[in-house]
Design a protein around this ligand. Structure first.
Ligand code: ZN
Length: 308
């Protein structure tokens, strides 16, 4: 099995996690958590989104959060945007990285937006131009590139044509997002190998929800074929409003621990993240988090404890 020497982990709990929580954190609490994440070593953090505040009230203060954090050296603060208005808000608050999203499910896209995924991406052209003109980097995410509740396994040709559509509007950083938690390791390995070969100019992110307990296996399968950038969420926070029974993202602690125990460098301090996740848990007043390592502790700590 191939394991990379080094991987890049993006913490998405502040966005993908908090937007699915009933309790809202204050701006101060979010800033405290983000500063803690930066201190723990994260170089990429998805801090929020510029969705309409009525639709996603938990993310209404993303502008303020980014203003407060500023632009720490070597750290990318990423925000999800739905449209041109998102770029305008990014410019105003000094956000340097935005991310668009489209569903790979033709049926889901047609039903909700009355257009194909490719048409959705083509409409992003003006958003990309505006971002580029403002010196803001932009990436694109594809939801359910592996499988969806509406169509079952997503045809590879559909994924290819969405990646091509992203390329046409100038987006070459693409995130494959298993929002439905339906991907399987063999399928992940196969699609990841395929897209890397077909689109060598692109960079990739993988985003797995742990709805059916397969997220870690999927990460390992993606690593085996050369993928090195993964999203995760502290405490396994998250869900997905439009996918039935969606669970949270794979927990950051579990991913960091798997890397630590496998000799894969992340540049992130796991004990610091565990302490921060407990702080977040207190802030949200949440009893149970879906993080194995938070409950069982690290291998390394257990070995040290037994040696005492
Ligand atoms: Zn997600």
């Amino acid at each position: 099995m191939n394991t990379p020497k080094k991987v890049n982990i993006c913490e998405v709990g502040l966005r993908d996690g908090l937007q699915n929580e009933k309790s809202m954190l204050t701006t101060d609490q979010k800033v405290e958590l983000i500063e803690g994440l930066i201190d723990a070593g994260f170089k990429v953090i998805e801090v929020g989104s510029f969705m309409h505040p009525v639709k996603v009230p938990q993310m209404a203060d993303t502008d303020e959060v980014i203003k407060r954090i500023g632009n720490p050296e070597g750290v990318e603060l990423r925000a999800l945007i739905p449209n041109l208005r998102g770029v305008e808000r990014a410019v105003k608050c000094g956000c340097k990285k935005v991310k668009l999203n489209v569903s790979a499910s033709r049926m889901h896209n047609l039903k909700n937006l009355n257009r194909t995924p490719e048409e959705s991406v083509a409409k992003f052209a003006e958003v990309c131009e505006a971002a580029l003109a403002a010196g803001i980097a932009i990436s694109g995410s594809i939801s359910m590139p592996f499988a969806s509740p509406w169509e079952g396994v997503t045809p590879v040709e559909d994924v290819d044509s969405i990646i091509e559509a992203y390329g046409k509007v100038g987006i070459h950083e693409v995130s494959l997002s298993d929002a439905s938690g339906m991907a399987t390791p063999a399928q992940v390995a196969s699609l990841c190998a395929h897209v890397q070969e077909k689109f060598p100019e692109n960079t990739w992110w993988l985003h797995f929800h742990n709805t059916r307990g397969l997220a870690m296996a999927n990460i390992v399968a993606a690593m085996d074929v050369g993928m090195t950038q993964f999203d995760s969420s502290f405490g396994g926070l998250g869900g997905c409003p439009f996918v039935p029974n969606a669970a949270g993202n794979i927990s950051t602690e579990d991913v960091l621990h798997m890397c630590e125990a496998s000799g894969i460098e992340t540049g992130i301090d796991l004990p610091k993240v565990m302490a921060l996740t407990r702080k977040m848990q207190e802030m949200l007043g949440k009893e149970d988090l879906s993080s194995y390592v938070l409950k069982a502790g690290r291998n390394a700590d257990l070995i040290a404890q037994m040696a005492e």
